[in-house]
Design a protein around this ligand. Structure first.
Ligand code: MG
Length: 380
């Protein structure tokens, strides 16, 4: 059983592929899913035909549908089963191994970091309808009563606040480039944390605004494409784009990006994201928030980060490299990850029926454990 404190699961260097705009440095390091890795070259340029076919392959492999998996039979079913077994062995369930997490957190201040899309809410066709359930909201509220809690999302700050609707949280929108603290905080050791506000990419605001408008115009001929202005980054969602048009859409986005060497392209779950090239990501946001909360260089803190996407890997990596904290990947499918544990993603059915999801179950269980701990200490 892996320890949450050990450095493990580091992807081999040859398995890391990068996408780059012509004659510019690599745009992002991406560890492709197991089924894609063998096909990838270490570096692929965006100005060649290979980029499109590689991207299409990676998107198909990284966004498997439930229908495809359910319909898998024969060798495909075996491969899916083997990959899942492999994932569970290396990244066991955070719920089944809850006692291990509790024991590692004992006597430490837990700080909770939560991604939004695919972690607290299901991935749905319309990104504007990615609502979290009331049960999930209640679980997050309870978590925030017991631990400093932050939402770290690729969405723009005002949008994610509107989805979550909890005033007691810290929020990091635009992949951590737009950070805001709660009006009141019962947890912060540092009094500065209450009004914390940080925007490391503010100089890029006019550029992102222009790119957003250009993307709207350039992609309007692709049915189903949805361009979102996330303030410090822009997203092109293709959840509703027919797979046969993915290549065209990718070309449209690439053609816009060519005029902006200070922007980079990253790929999430059925979304392309355009971001400033500054060295800032969800991992940096996690470090910044820990520092703002007064936990910089503190050995008595246990950050727990739960997320489902490649952008969350930056945060998992920070925890893994610091040897402090626990990364939990939300995924039904095998993925190479820097997280230590995994949890199944909230299903679309649970959004409609308000059925509990495993992320919610984990939060509830952690809060119950914390309350029992507090009671036990107060009796002594
Ligand atoms: Mg997500």
């Amino acid at each position: 059983m892996p320890s949450p404190m050990t450095k493990q699961n580091v992807a081999p260097a040859e398995a890391v592929a990068s996408i780059a705009v012509a004659s510019s440095p690599p745009l992002f390091a991406y560890t492709p899913p197991l089924s894609v890795r063998k096909k990838c070259l270490p570096q692929i340029e965006l100005d060649g035909g290979k980029a499109v076919s590689w991207w299409l392959d990676s998107m198909r492999a990284s966004s498997p549908t439930r229908a495809k998996t359910a319909a898998a039979t024969g060798p495909l079913a075996d491969a899916v089963f083997n990959d899942l077994s492999d994932l569970r062995m290396r990244h066991p369930s955070a719920l089944s191994n809850f006692d291990q997490i509790a024991s590692a957190s004992n006597g430490k201040q837990i700080v909770m970091f939560l991604d939004y899309d695919g972690t607290l809410s299901p991935i749905v066709d319309d990104p504007d309808s990615a609502f979290m359930t009331n049960a999930m909201r209640k679980a997050v509220r309870e978590a925030a009563r017991n631990f400093p809690t932050a939402i770290v999302s690729g969405r723009r700050l005002d949008k994610v606040i509107n989805f979550v609707q909890l005033a007691e949280l810290y929020y990091a929108g635009s992949h951590g480039m737009d950070i805001k603290g709660p009006e009141k905080s019962r947890h912060a050791k540092s009094k500065d944390a209450k009004g914390v506000l940080f925007q490391p990419a503010s100089e890029f605001l006019p550029m992102i605004d222009t790119v957003h408008r250009t993307l709207l115009d350039r992609t309007k001929s692709t049915p189903g494409a949805k361009v979102e202005n996330n303030k410090f980054c822009a997203s092109v969602h293709f959840r509703c784009v027919d797979e046969k048009n993915w290549g065209t859409l990718f070309e449209q986005v690439r053609s816009v990006l060519k005029g902006y060497p200070k922007l980079r392209l990253t790929q999430g779950r059925k979304v392309l994201e355009i971001r400033p090239t500054i060295k800032w990501d969800k991992g940096k946001a996690l470090e910044f928030l820990l520092e703002s909360l007064g936990f910089a260089n503190c050995r008595n803190v246990m950050p727990i980060y739960i997320g489902d996407d490649r952008t969350d890997e930056d945060a998992f990596k920070v925890l893994e490299e610091s040897g402090q904290g626990i990364g939990i990947l939300v995924s039904k499918f095998p993925k190479e990850t820097n997280a230590t544990y995994c949890l199944q993603e909230p299903s679309e059915a649970s959004a409609m029926t308000d059925e509990p999801s495993l992320v919610k179950d984990f939060l509830v269980r952690l809060v119950e454990w914390k309350r029992r701990q507090t009671k036990a200490v107060s009796k002594v």
